[in-house]
Write a protein that binds this ligand. Structure first.
Ligand code: EPU
Length: 438
């Protein structure tokens, strides 16, 4: 992160922050999974639906969670810390249904508050989240879904305004599988009159977790995890206690780090089913994978075999792990082909990976990766969250020193990543200083 701040009215000071890694060491040891970012964010938003306190456990301590907390607070929500790191959320005295752009614009998942606000308060005013580093991020499926439930939806000075006297259950058939639209429409439908059917719904574990959370608050939802979800509207939801599922993308990141460094990492408190597609690819790449009930062990082996992989909605290979698997393939024997089908700008890390010595070429949505003997340390910049994870993995295997900047992205998705990696033997540290090294 770079911030420029005036000093004594005349000089300006540039602050530099990066993670420094001396690569080439095999990582060894055990890591415990954090709670899933992409489950925690909509679950926090879904608290808007409930009367009384909600106690959430295993909410990851990451920047995106802080942003969601601030958005909820700006609406009048009370958020306190509970015992053992839990979070207590109470939405009983909302003062506005209008969310500020300065916060919403910080992450796409902010739009998750729209469905719950519309369901409980019959009104929501939420800024269009806009694009992001992964490319354009439209919300047309969310809005069409709200309209199908009977809401009036308009766009006014950059804000989406949704209103309804009463939401009425209906059938929403998504033209394309969308995690965000499935979550938002599922939340909106929980308090609608009658039955809603979501067709071509996203099947991601985070969608299932959100459904399970809302069921615990009194919602009637069946079919989450399949392409057809049924929601029978109820009159109110009540506060509850809930533990967020483990983060599968963080899991894939640490397992990629084990493989690329020729290390041996056991990941505890995880759900191996959620990362089945990653474990299959690691096995195909000749890595040794052992799977337990709630743990996975990956031992890095050489040679790494090249792969052909195409991203797809769950249970396909996740777009979020595409940069991580690609980082491993940079040192595979032979040529790998990686096809990205979800986000048009998901190869933004490629130029940075080349700075580390990778041989990657991208044409449209396909990356061709010719494996090299080894990567070499270099300064690089993370262009988005998962690209940041991938560059860290590459730097951990590269010979010599790397500096990874763009920490504002990495910190959005990974909890204390350098501290975790240090516990498994990485030579890594976070550095903050001004341009003169002070
Ligand atoms: N799409 C539309 N219109 C919509 C919604 C989506 O055209 O109204 C398109 C998108 O442009 C994209 C595709 O549909 O091409 C799928 O997007 P989806 O809605 O599934 O993605 P999302 O809900 O915005 C979530 C995760 C992402 C993850 C994607 C895909 C959260 C907070 N974010 O985004 O995670 O990559 O699903 O699995 O759940 C991350 O964690 O770093 C991250 C980017």
């Amino acid at each position: 992160m770079k911030t420029v701040r005036p000093v004594q009215g005349e000089r300006e000071e540039i602050q530099l922050a990066y993670i420094e890694i001396n690569g080439g060491r095999p990582l060894q040891g055990e890591i415990s999974s954090s709670g899933a970012k992409n489950a925690a964010l909509p679950i926090m938003a879904a608290c808007l639906l409930a009367r009384g306190d909600v106690v959430l456990r295993k909410v990851p301590r990451i920047a995106d969670v802080l942003v969601m907390s601030e958005i909820l607070r700006s609406l009048g929500v009370r958020i306190d810390s509970g015992s053992n790191g839990s979070m207590i959320i109470n939405c009983d005295s909302i003062k506005t249904v209008r969310a500020p752009y300065e916060l919403v614009g910080m992450m796409n998942a902010s739009f998750d508050i729209t469905g719950p606000l519309l369901a409980r308060y019959r009104e929501a005013e939420v800024p269009l989240p806009g694009g992001c580093n992964l490319g354009s991020r439209p919300v047309n499926f969310h809005l069409d879904g709200f309209r199908t439930l009977g809401a009036e939806v308009s766009s006014d000075h950059g804000y989406i305004k949704a209103k309804a006297r009463a939401l009425k259950g209906s059938t929403i058939d998504f033209p394309k599988t969308s995690v965000g639209a499935t979550k938002n429409c599922m939340m909106a439908a929980t308090l609608a009159e009658g039955t809603t059917i979501l067709e071509n719904a996203a099947r991601e574990p985070e969608v299932v977790d959100l459904a399970n959370f809302m069921i615990k608050m009194g919602a009637k939802i069946s079919g989450a995890g399949t392409p057809v979800i049924q929601i029978d509207g109820v009159s109110e939801l009540r506060g509850t206690e809930y533990e967020i599922i483990p983060d599968r993308i963080e899991a894939g990141t640490y397992l990629a780090a084990a493989a690329i460094t020729g290390g041996d990492i056991t990941l505890r408190k995880t759900n191996p089913d959620f990362i089945d597609s990653m474990l299959t690819r690691l096995t195909m790449a000749n890595q040794e994978v052992t799977i337990g009930k709630d743990w996975v062990r990956v031992k890095g082996r050489r040679p790494i075999f090249s792969l052909e992989v195409t991203t797809a909605p769950y249970p396909g290979f996740p777009t979020d792990l595409q940069p991580l698997l690609a980082s491993l393939l940079t040192i595979a024997r032979g040529t790998s082909i990686v096809v990205e089908t979800i986000f048009d700008r998901r190869f933004m890390y490629v130029d940075e990976m080349r700075r580390l010595g990778a041989d990657i070429w991208v044409s449209d949505r396909t990356a061709v990766i010719r494996g090299v003997e080894r990567l070499s340390g270099a300064p690089v910049k993370a262009p988005d969250i998962r690209a940041g994870g991938a560059l860290l993995c590459a730097a951990l295997s590269a010979e010599g020193e790397s500096r990874i900047s763009g920490l504002e992205f990495i910190d959005r998705g990974y909890e204390k990543i350098e501290e975790v990696l240090k516990t498994v033997g990485a030579d890594i540290r976070r550095v903050n200083h001004d341009a003169h090294g002070n």
